[in-house]
Design a protein around this ligand. Sequence first.
Ligand SMILES: C[S@@+](CC[C@H](N)C(=O)[O-])C[C@H]1O[C@@H](n2cnc3c(N)ncnc32)[C@H](O)[C@@H]1O
Length: 365
Amino acid sequence: MATTNTLWKLDEHTIGKHMVLKAYMQAWLPVMGLTNEKILVVDGFAGPGEYEGGELGSPQILLNTYLEHFYQDKLTNHIIYYFLEKSPKRYAHLCELLKKNFSDVPSNVAVKAHCKAFSSRLSELLDDTEKNRKVLVPSFFMIDPFGVSDTPMSIISRILRNPKAEVYISFMYEFINRFKRSPEFGPHLTELFGTERWQDGVHIECKNDRRKFFNELYKSQLKKAGAKQVLHFELYNGNRHVYTIFFATTHIKGIEKMKSAIWRYIPDGSYQFRGGIQQTKLVAIDIDYSPLHDTLRATFKDRYVTAQTVLYFIASDATDYATDSIKTKYLKVFEKKGLIDVEPASRNRRFSYPDNALLKFLPRS
Ligand SMILES: C[S@@+](CC[C@H](N)C(=O)[O-])C[C@H]1O[C@@H](n2cnc3c(N)ncnc32)[C@H](O)[C@@H]1O
């Protein structure tokens, strides 16, 4: 909700953004933090750090994820948390909270906050890095504006040129949709997408097709910018679509972990966070693996392929499925049904799927 107040009410859809963020960071921290000397977490539109009712904002969520982490005592390498907030009063509020709640973080953790605009500060940071022919340390960027200004594709593409950088972006679709015909808004959209091709979507009548067009265009621009894997999920308030979160990474592990975080809170696989009952894992939902099977059959045809290749493909953005429990819930079940053939000599134990096991996907009917 765009507002000029220092604090504002936490909307239901924001909870979805925060829950997935936290679940992802729980996985990202040990993957990156245990194997790299230094890692960086940037919250580029940090906000005041909390909401009207005292609920935690993204900076506190990010820091708590580290402090409460199961592996916190092993995560001793250098972690930099870098918060940018343009509004002086929100920045002041954030600084108060950081001082009150996080002044005694372990010495390997640096918490920095600046009252600066995202793209100009990022330009400086990236200029420095590029000038010295260096690359960014493994980095996670949360880019969470109210609207569409100051999140140009030119900056995102400079971030993604770094082999271990990832972005988690709030793509303000409804905002785009509302203002797409306003002439003064055009340059912002061209910056946001990094192309004028957004104009081809303005006249699409069907609203679902229009949204699909803008989502696909944004995804393809992220890929052009250097992302190897891109996915998105949508945030709803009741039945109203509010905005879409895009995640872009250069690494298969990143997309695998992000899918897992999304499925945890959107267990029906719709990639639409609608709050309420979906927010918990209490609901057991039977996942239908038939569409996945059909995709694998269409992709690999009558060839035998290694389990490693199959798992990589499932984890990638070529499918919506997460790899959690995939061996027991899909491979084993479909093999028992006679829909997956496994070359007997390629494994030692029935219904096991080591990396080198050779699998062939058979037609369902
Ligand atoms: C959607 S809110 C951020 C919420 C926060 N990320 C969270 O999840 O708790 C967007 C924030 O970005 C700030 N902002 C707006 N333009 C900015 C810019 N160019 N650079 C940095 N911050 C900006 C706004 O003042 C606002 O506090």
